[in-house]
Design a protein around this ligand. Structure first.
Ligand code: 0K2
Ligand code: SF4
Length: 326
């Protein structure tokens, strides 16, 4: 259904295609709720190791409620207050260190990331060397590699890496992936690996999650109709950066990322009749609304939402937070 702005007769019109789904996924929603619920139950401060999700707006609103963000556990005093691990997951050494220091920790790792951690352990237990498809330095990759002893996982970032990688000889192989990759790039990397290592254990499907897959599919659906794609998200958000790339490759001539409405320079709209808008899994809908408000400063919007999938998935909170208070 197309919705048109009323009382904007003197403004030029702009078609807006809203990607559906966009924005928060179940893992992000759960991670933020864990921090909020911890603040409610245990009071401030609640420490959070790494940005709970890669979005400054989310981080700053939790800071206002009493959350303190750190990068490493040594920055946290021994004061008995909880520490939450971010949605991206942590190496095994982190809960280990928290236990040694008798810290009270809550794990906000997305259950779909934890599933990949368990797959890594499963392959390792069967004597397989693991090829992890993902991006170096990303916290999810650091967390997944850190489930196993050093040397048991080799990172493969792209097709060139897949062509060159020399895993240990005479050891069976398996692959796993980061959850927020480009579906198409990953298929290309897996094709190269499967060709080189036909005996490699391959899961039925890579580990890219439902939310990443659906957001990319929605962008592909609107990209050919749009002259500009605006992705609401943060530069350190892997899944959001992928949406910018997907839009370009799916035929949208220009694709940009903005963190919020005030970052949008309306000059980029010159000559544009149809704009696509989406948001990464860590970007709240209020920031999409900000972008729409900014566009309304100059245009009368005719908005159409293009929905390629319905998402009903939700994840439970950790037992420590979901149990009724004693
Ligand atoms: O896409 P990223 O992994 O960089 O993370 P965020 O932007 O924080 O989105 C939430 C996904 C977290 C884990 O998959
Ligand atoms: Fe979980 Fe996927 Fe969301 Fe990451 S993007 S938090 S894996 S649902």
């Amino acid at each position: 259904m197309i919705q048109s702005d009323t009382q904007a007769a003197n403004k030029p019109s702009l078609n807006v295609l809203l990607a559906g789904p966009r924005g928060f996924c179940a893992g992000v929603d759960r991670a933020i709720k864990i921090v909020e619920e911890a603040l409610k139950r245990y009071g401030a401060p609640v420490y959070v190791r790494h940005e709970i999700v890669h979005n400054r707006f989310v981080v700053e609103s939790l800071e206002r409620q009493g959350a303190i963000f750190v990068e490493e556990l040594h920055e946290i005093p021994d004061n008995g207050q909880p520490v939450v691990f971010s949605a991206h997951g942590v190496p095994k050494a982190i809960p280990g260190e928290a236990e040694r220091r008798e810290m009270f920790y809550l794990d906000a790792t997305c259950p779909l990331v934890s599933k990949v951690h368990r797959e890594a352990e499963h392959h390792h237990a069967r004597g397989r060397h693991i090829l992890l498809i993902g991006h170096a330095g990303h916290p999810e990759v650091i967390g997944t590699m850190g489930q196993l002893p050093e040397g048991c996982v080799t990172l493969v970032e792209d097709e060139e890496d897949a062509q060159r990688v020399q895993p240990p000889a005479d050891v069976p192989l398996a692959f796993i992936t980061q959850t927020t990759l480009s579906v198409d790039d990953t298929a290309g990397i897996i094709a190269v690996l499967s060709e080189r290592f036909p005996a490699m254990s391959a899961p039925a499907k890579e580990d890219i999650c439902y939310a990443t897959t659906n957001r990319q599919a929605a962008v592909k659906a609107i990209a050919p109709r749009a002259e500009l794609m605006i992705v609401v998200g943060a530069p350190n958000s892997s899944n959001s950066v992928r949406l910018v790339e997907v839009a370009n490759r799916a035929g949208c001539p220009k694709s940009i990322m903005v963190q919020r409405g005030r970052d949008l320079d309306l000059a980029v709209l010159d000559g544009v009749h149809t704009v696509g808008i989406t948001a990464g899994a860590s970007a709240p809908e209020v920031l999409v609304e900000e972008v729409l408000s900014k566009l309304r400063e100059r245009y009368a919007l005719a908005t159409e939402e293009v929905v390629v999938a319905e998402e009903r998935i939700t994840f439970k909170l950790p037992t420590a937070l979901s149990a009724a208070e004693a």
